[in-house]
Design a protein around this ligand. Structure first.
Ligand SMILES: N[C@@H](CCC(=O)N[C@@H](CS)C(=O)NCC(=O)O)C(=O)O
Length: 84
């Protein structure tokens, strides 16, 4: 099964939008809460090289944030990454 991780923080509209898309597609994912100043946020930055949330990883590969996830979906490239 494809491993999907998403780093988030509370009250983050982009995070909610990204998770809504994954949920709508029936994707099982692991949410890692990563507010600013937490070790989880440092981990997200180290793994992605980016400073914002959400940060999405599919099978360990960084695919970016909400905009990137939506763009992959629009272009039909998300399903293959999800093993579909
Ligand atoms: N274009 C980005 C925007 C993400 C974004 O701006 N996220 C906000 C939270 S909703 C953020 O991380 N702001 C900086 C911070 O909280 O440190 C995306 O689509 O993921």
């Amino acid at each position: 099964m494809t491993d999907v991780e998403i780093y988030t923080q509370p009250r983050c509209g982009y995070c909610a939008r990204a998770m809504a898309l994954l949920t709508r597609k029936g994707v099982t994912f692991r949410e890692i809460e990563a507010p600013q100043g937490t070790p989880a946020r440092e981990e997200a930055i180290r793994r992605s090289g980016r400073f914002t949330v959400p940060q999405v990883f599919i099978d360990g590969a960084s695919i970016g944030g909400c905009d990137d996830l939506l763009a992959l979906e629009r272009s039909g490239k998300l399903d293959p990454l999800l093993g579909g």
